[in-house]
Ligand binder design. Structure first.
Ligand SMILES: Cc1cc2nc3c(=O)[nH]c(=O)nc-3n(C[C@H](O)[C@H](O)[C@H](O)COP(=O)(O)OP(=O)(O)OC[C@H]3O[C@@H](n4cnc5c(N)ncnc54)[C@H](O)[C@@H]3O)c2cc1C
Length: 244
């Protein structure tokens, strides 16, 4: 049984109009690996409690005093995310449990090329992997394919660009917009297809480890295509955020 820790909201950063990052100071936090998540629990004045899982965006760390970042997309009809995106203020306290997960994890000791594939807020644990990769000055190629509704919904936009620029060509970014693309963008808007996965991801011959994260149907389609294309199933790791 893992204990709940008190977390104080130390910093808030708007990622988009409907999402924001909370940087938490968590009491007795043991640190985290890239790809792990935590549970956030909120208690209403009448005692009603709700908890949800959120991936950790911060890179891997063993520093007990480091702030831990989560990035939350508001689901307009959701129970908890509207409060976490609109209601929480700096200084507020939340309860947190974790870190959770040992499979959907990237460790700097891994030496194979890495393909990351994100759908919407599924970019969060993949950002942790990119941050860990950058902090280690890791020589392994790490390629991110980020499917997102429109440019204004991209999380971490400036930081992603800088990570790629500073990476000595080890980090590559590909964006696929599903509803609206920047002017002059070559790709038509729409959901990723199997053919685009061939074009925009590392091939089986590169023997990559692939991490896919996003809504259920996004993850299921892409994982199925990768296996059909010849990637061994145990080299395709998935994290599902729920939803359709
Ligand atoms: C391991 C894990 C990590 C996660 N990490 C993140 C994260 O980093 N950032 C983040 O914003 N969310 C993340 N989620 C999703 C998060 O846990 C909540 O499900 C989400 O915030 C909605 O909670 P809610 O209480 O607002 O909505 P609820 O009241 O729980 O649900 C409202 C409706 O939205 C649907 N729904 C739930 N989740 C999603 C989704 N992700 N996409 C589309 N529809 C959905 C439900 O099926 C339901 O119909 C993660 C989920 C898991 C399992």
């Amino acid at each position: 049984m893992v204990d709940w820790h008190m977390a104080t909201v130390a910093e808030i950063h708007d990622e988009t109009d409907t999402a924001r990052s909370l940087r938490l100071k968590i009491a007795d936090w043991p640190g985290q690996l890239s790809g792990q998540h935590l549970d956030i629990r909120v208690t209403a004045p009448d005692g009603y409690q709700a908890s949800r899982e959120y991936s950790i965006a911060s890179g891997a760390s063993t520093d007990k005093d480091a702030l831990v970042e989560v990035s939350i997309e508001e689901l307009a009809d959701g129970e908890l995310s509207p409060y976490l995106v609109r209601g929480v203020e700096v200084g507020d306290q939340l309860e947190v449990r974790g870190p959770v997960g040992g499979y959907f994890v990237w460790r700097p000791e891994q030496t194979e090329p890495v393909q990351l594939i994100a759908g919407g807020s599924g970019v969060v644990p993949l950002m942790s992997m990119l941050r860990t990769h950058a902090a280690a000055g890791h020589p392994t190629p790490m390629r991110l394919l980020y499917s997102v509704r429109a440019p204004q919904f991209v999380f971490y936009m400036d930081e992603l660009m800088k990570l790629a620029e500073d990476s000595n060509d080890t980090v590559m970014l590909d964006y696929a917009y599903t509803r609206e693309a920047p002017n002059g963008w070559a790709r038509s808007v729409g959901r990723l297809t199997r053919d685009e996965i061939v074009e925009l991801s590392l091939p089986p011959s590169a023997n990559p480890m692939t991490y896919i994260c996003g809504p259920n149907s996004f993850v299921e389609s892409i994982a199925m295509w990768l296996v059909e294309l010849g990637h061994p199933a145990d080299r395709v790791r998935t994290e599902r955020f729920g939803g359709a």
